[in-house]
Design a protein around this ligand. Structure first.
Ligand code: SAM
Length: 270
């Protein structure tokens, strides 16, 4: 059975599933390499019966990962993407976009896709002529995000359009970067899970719990500089020691935003 950071899980459905829901659940079980089981009452009872911590529950209109004992729920949502896109359209800008010096037509490699809020904002700015590729190593987050980007309909058609343009892959960025051509993207972006977490929504807390928190090392940044035509951008909490360790060229953001973006110019501009 697939271990999710030592969290064995099953795939099941909501109570009284339709045939279509059951077939859908079978696809999820295959994608996640986890056993498909029938519901036995509540989610907690079903987990207990199968001796697992978590359950992916395929409902009529949403797929949700539950850990009843940890009071944890995670489902796909594009987060603050819509608010940030509005802010850009109203001329107030966005610090990530500023740090990336992002233009229509640019290519962006988002190495830490998560739920793709940042990638959606990037896809909105680069537009149809640009390209955004997102990489996510956690199988559960990757599959929920890949599915969400393809099927979620936001109230804003602009958000939905940006979501559909993202090419999302379940893979480790180290592997992808090692195989990528030099200068393949204008910008390579990392948003590693913060060790000292800033507060966030329930979904952000769940993402931090379920995601890979192994951190960013200088080897990955060196590879990223090779793959980036313009720059590598890293998001971190304010006051991180990483800027000194990695030797960033510029830092964007201020204490009131709680996060900062470190910019390392690509080898080509060095
Ligand atoms: C803080 S979240 C990113 C949030 C994202 N920027 C967003 O807007 O939703 C970091 C994500 O990077 C993923 N991650 C960590 N190490 C990775 C690796 N080596 N390759 C690909 N993804 C990785 C984690 O599993 C987690 O989902």
């Amino acid at each position: 059975m697939r271990q999710l950071a030592n969290r064995p899980f099953i795939v099941t459905t909501s109570r009284r599933p339709t045939d279509a829901q059951w077939a859908d659940a079978a696809h999820w079980a295959e994608r996640l390499d986890a056993p498909l089981v029938a519901r036995r009452g509540g989610i907690a009872t079903t987990c207990e019966f199968h001796g697992v911590v978590g359950a992916v529950v395929v409902g009529a209109d949403r797929v949700t990962y539950h850990e009843p004992a940890n009071d944890l729920q995670y489902f796909y949502h594009p987060g603050m993407a819509r608010v940030r896109m509005q802010s850009i359209r109203r001329g107030r800008g966005d610090p990530m976009v500023t740090a990336m010096r992002l233009q229509p037509g640019d290519g962006v490699l988002d190495c830490t896709l998560g739920r793709a809020s940042d990638a959606i904002v990037a896809a909105h700015v680069v537009g149809d002529a640009g390209r955004v590729v997102g990489l996510e190593v956690s199988p559960l987050i990757a599959q929920l995000t890949i599915h969400g980007l393809a099927t979620y309909n936001d109230d804003s058609p602009r958000v939905t359009a940006a979501m559909r343009r993202i090419e999302a892959h379940q893979t480790d960025y180290r592997l992808y970067l090692s195989r990528a051509d030099g200068g393949a993207f204008d910008v390579v972006y990392f948003d590693p899970i913060f060790h000292a977490a800033v507060e966030g929504s329930e979904q952000m807390v769940a993402l931090r719990e379920l995601g890979d928190s192994s951190g960013l090392d200088s080897e990955a940044v060196t590879e990223a500089r090779r793959v980036a035509r313009r720059c590598v951008v890293i998001k971190q909490r304010y006051g991180t020691p990483l800027w000194e360790q990695l030797g960033v060229d510029t830092v964007i953001g201020n204490p009131s935003t709680r996060v900062q973006y470190g910019v390392i110019e690509a080898d080509r501009e060095a």
